[in-house]
Design a protein around this ligand. Sequence first.
Ligand SMILES: [Zn+2]
Length: 202
Amino acid sequence: MSDDSLQNLIKRLGKLPGLGPRSAQRAALALIKNKERDMLPLARALYDVAHYYKPCVQCNNLTELDKCLICNDPRRDENRLCVVEDVSDLWAMERAGVFQGKYFVLGGNLNIMDGRGPTELGIEKLVSYVTSISALHNACEIILATSATVEGQTTAHYIAERLEGLSVTLSRLAHGVPVGGELNYLDDGTLALAMKARTPVG
Ligand SMILES: [Zn+2]
């Protein structure tokens, strides 16, 4: 039907979230038809992001700089930190425009079966970040905005335990987050309510 490089492209496209083998084939053929307009710019964009984007040294947000724009923004509250599972959750919070503090991106939730333990999530980096801001500010709030799944709840409990003894207030997103809900899928209004109605932990 076609040579190896095209099959390889289709196979790789088919592994992307939301794309099965048939849509991967459609996408590959569409790209070939519009080589100059779509395919080469896409190849360039993939190359650029692969080479220049990396996790922010402070919060794990994706950035081309050492520290991301949010961490570098002096207008954002240093003493409020929102802990999210993924960069997509950070984007959802920013879209909703409900939070003016800083973030910490875990990169997932605790799931030993899938090989994600405290080390993989960089919990130590979070603990030392929170330790440093709690030493600088009298009133610190850490919002544990992990998803309302069993793994998300387990992750929040684990972090709460690890932060015990530090002078910080812990809270959780509350009403409006459906059980099993992931932040990224919430509409802005629901997310805004959840942030507003956050509840203390412990
Ligand atoms: Zn950052």
